[in-house]
Design a protein around this ligand. Structure first.
Ligand SMILES: [Zn+2]
Length: 567
C-alpha cells in the first residue's frame, strides 16, 4: 500500500538535511545549528541556519524555512512530487513500491515512451545529412545536439516502424502523443520530417516534444498535443537547464521559441526560457515568479511580437514581477542578435537595451495612434488596467507612483492609490507575545513540551491558530512525527510560523532554565486568574440575591490575593 507518510519519513531519513543543503551552500557549525549564506536571498553575513537534530532550515534574513523536501522545492523550483523524485534519486530509494497505480503510473509510462522516442530521434538525426546540414546553418553543432537532446523524426511512419520492430507497447506512445490511430485503425506518426526538441519538466523528465519542419511548410512548428503530463502553457522550455542562472540573476529573459532559447543560451545568456506560444500564460507567469522577481520580455521585434508583448505585460505584472522589455528594433529576433554579436553576448548588452514596460507601452500607443490625445488615453488606460491587477501591494504602489510621475498627474485626480488601498487592507502585525514564546519553547525540547502541556491550559490561549498548535503539540507528545513538522506543514499560519521558528531556534541555543519557565507560567497563571476575576465581576453584576453576591465577593478576594501572592 502507498503511504505518503512512510515515504516522506524514508526520504528524510536517507537524505540528512545538512548533506543535501551542503551541496548548495557551504555550512559552518554555530551552536546547535549549522550556519551559511542564504541561498534564497543575497547576503554578506550568514543568517541561514540548518538544524540537524530537528531537521529544518531557517533564514533570519528572508524568513524562508522548512525541511529537506521544501528546501529542494524552493531551490530547484519544483513541486512536492518532483522534490520527492529528486531526493529519491539522490538516496537511491525505489519509488515504485510507494507509487499508486493510476495517475503516477501513467506519467512514468509517458516519460519512458518519450525517453525512447528522444533516443531514437537523436540517432536518426546523427545519420541524416540533410537535417545535420540544416542545423549547421543555424550554428548548431554536435555538442549542442547533446546538450539540448535534439533529434530528427525521420520520414512518415518511420517512428512507428521502429516501435513495431522493437515490439514496444503502442498504447504508451499513443498516450504520449507520439503516434495516433487513423480512421481505418492504423497507427500513424504524429511527427515526421521535423527537427525534434524534447521539452523537459523541472525534474528532468521529457513531458513532450516540439517539432520544426526542415522546409518552409505548414505548420512550421508542431507541439505534442495535450496529454496527462503535457498541458499547453503550463511549462517553460529550457527551464531545467537555465533555472540556476535565473536564480543567480534573479531575472528571466522570456523568448518565444526553441531556437531563440538555444541561440541565447549558446551565446552565454543563460537565464532564459521560451514560452512556446504567442503570449505568456498565467500559469507560466506563476512558474517565473517561483524562480525570480524580474522578467525581460524578448520577443520578435516586428508588429506581431510587439502585440504579443503588450498581451503578456499585464499577465506578468499580475504575479508581482518587475517587467521590462528588450527593445532593439535593429534586430528582428534573438537569433539575429546573436549572429550580429558574433555568437557571444555580454549580459550588460541586455541590461542596457531594455526599457520598463511603461516606456514600452507609451511608445507602442504613440506609433499606433496618430492622434496624440487618443494615444495618451489608450496608454493611460493600459497602464492603469495593468497595474490594477498586480496582487503584490508593494509592487503595485511602486508602479502607481512611477506612472503618476511619468504622466505628471497628481494622485488626487487619479484616485488610483486610494482605490488600491481600499482593496487591500494592510496585513496585521504579529506581536511578540507570551503564547508564541510558549509554543517556541515547547518545540525546542520534548521535556519542556511535556511540562508546559501539563501546566498550561487550552483555554489560556485566546488566539485560535496558536491554540490549535498548542493542542496538536499536546496530542502528539508520544507520536513519532517531529513537532517541528507539525508547524512547518501548517500553511495557514505562514507569518506566525516564521516567527515561532525564529524563537524556537533561539531557545535551541539558549535553553530556558527553570527560572524562565516559572516566569512564563507565572504570567500565564496571572492572566488566567484575571480572566476568572472578570467572569466573577460579570456574575456579581448579574447576581439577584445578596447571599450569592457575598459568596462571589469572597471568591474575588481570594483570586486577587492569588495574583498578589504570586501563586
Ligand atoms: Zn534568506
Amino acid at each position: 500500500m502507498f503511504n505518503l507518510e512512510d515515504l516522506t519519513n524514508k526520504i528524510k531519513e536517507d537524505n540528512p538535511i545538512e548533506n543535501i543543503i551542503s551541496e548548495y551552500v557551504p555550512l559552518k557549525r554555530s551552536g546547535s545549528s549549522l550556519k551559511g549564506l542564504c541561498p534564497f536571498h543575497s547576503e554578506k553575513t550568514p543568517s541561514f541556519i540548518v538544524n540537524t537534530s530537528k531537521g529544518f532550515y531557517h533564514c533570519f534574513g528572508c524568513s524562508k524555512s522548512g525541511d529537506v523536501i521544501t528546501f529542494i522545492m524552493e531551490i530547484e523550483h519544483v513541486d512536492f512530487n518532483d522534490a520527492i523524485e529528486i531526493l529519491a534519486k539522490k538516496s537511491r530509494i525505489d519509488l515504485s513500491q510507494y507509487r499508486r497505480t493510476g495517475e503516477r503510473g501513467i506519467s512514468s509510462a509517458i516519460y519512458k515512451a518519450n525517453d525512447i522516442a528522444m533516443n531514437h530521434f537523436k540517432k536518426t538525426l546523427i545519420s541524416n545529412i540533410e537535417a545535420i546540414e540544416y542545423l549547421k546553418k543555424r550554428n548548431i553543432e554536435s555538442a549542442d545536439i547533446e546538450i539540448f537532446k535534439l533529434g530528427y523524426s525521420g520520414t512518415k511512419n518511420s517512428f512507428f516502424a521502429y516501435l513495431k520492430e522493437k515490439r514496444l507497447k503502442y498504447d504508451d506512445f499513443v498516450k504520449a502523443g507520439l503516434i495516433h490511430k487513423d480512421q481505418y485503425g492504423n497507427y500513424k506518426d504524429v511527427f515526421f520530417n521535423r527537427i525534434m526538441f524534447p521539452i523537459f519538466s523541472n525534474s528532468g523528465n521529457i513531458i513532450g516534444f516540439g517539432g520544426r519542419v526542415l522546409e518552409d511548410e505548414n505548420p512550421k512548428y508542431l507541439n505534442t498535443q495535450e496529454t496527462s503530463v503535457f498541458k499547453k502553457g503550463n511549462f517553460l522550455y529550457g527551464l531545467h537547464l537555465s533555472k540556476q542562472y535565473i536564480s543567480q540573476k534573479n531575472a528571466m529573459i522570456l523568448v518565444e521559441g526553441y531556437m531563440d532559447f538555444i541561440s541565447l543560451y549558446k551565446a552565454g545568456i543563460r537565464n532564459v526560457c521560451a514560452q512556446l506560444g504567442t503570449a505568456c500564460t498565467a500559469e507560466q507567469a506563476k512558474i517565473i515568479k517561483k524562480t525570480c522577481e524580474k522578467v525581460i520580455i524578448m520577443y520578435d521585434s516586428d508588429e506581431a511580437g510587439r502585440n504579443a508583448t503588450m498581451r503578456s505585460i499585464p499577465i506578468l505584472l499580475k504575479e508581482g514581477l518587475i517587467v521590462s522589455i528588450f527593445s532593439n528594433r535593429e534586430v528582428k529576433d534573438p537569433d539575429e542578435l546573436v549572429t550580429k554579436m558574433n555568437y557571444s553576448i555580454d549580459y550588460s548588452l541586455i541590461e542596457n537595451q531594455r526599457t520598463d514596460f511603461i516606456e514600452f507601452a507609451e511608445k507602442f500607443f504613440k506609433e499606433k495612434e496618430e492622434d496624440e490625445m487618443l494615444s495618451k488615453k489608450h496608454f493611460v488606460n493600459f497602464v492603469i488596467e495593468s497595474v490594477k491587477g498586480i496582487e503584490d501591494e508593494i509592487t503595485k504602489n511602486l508602479y502607481t507612483k512611477g506612472v503618476l510621475e511619468k504622466l505628471k498627474i497628481s494622485e488626487r485626480f487619479m484616485k488610483v492609490e486610494n482605490n488600491f488601498k481600499k482593496q487591500n487592507p494592510p496585513s496585521e502585525n504579529i506581536n511578540h507575545n507570551i503564547y508564541h514564546e510558549i509554543i517556541a519553547i515547547m518545540l525546542s525540547e520534548n521535556g519542556l513540551c511535556k511540562k508546559l502541556c501539563s501546566e498550561v491550559e487550552e483555554s489560556d490561549f485566546l488566539d485560535l491558530s496558536t491554540k490549535g498548535i498548542f493542542i496538536s503539540l499536546c496530542n502528539s507528545l508520544d507520536s513519532e512525527e517531529s513537532n517541528v513538522d507539525l508547524l512547518i506543514k501548517n500553511d495557514k499560519i505562514k507569518d506566525l510560523k516564521d516567527y515561532i521558528i525564529k524563537r524556537m531556534t533561539y531557545y535551541l541555543d539558549n535553553k530556558p532554565d527553570d527560572k524562565k519557565i516559572n516566569e512564563i507560567l507565572h504570567i500565564i497563571k496571572n492572566k488566567r486568574t484575571k480572566k476568572r476575576i472578570e467572569e466573577i465581576d460579570m456574575k456579581i453584576k448579574n447576581a439577584s440575591d445578596e447571599e450569592e453576591k457575598d459568596v462571589l465577593m469572597q471568591m474575588r478576594v481570594l483570586m486577587v490575593k492569588k495574583i498578589k501572592g504570586g501563586n
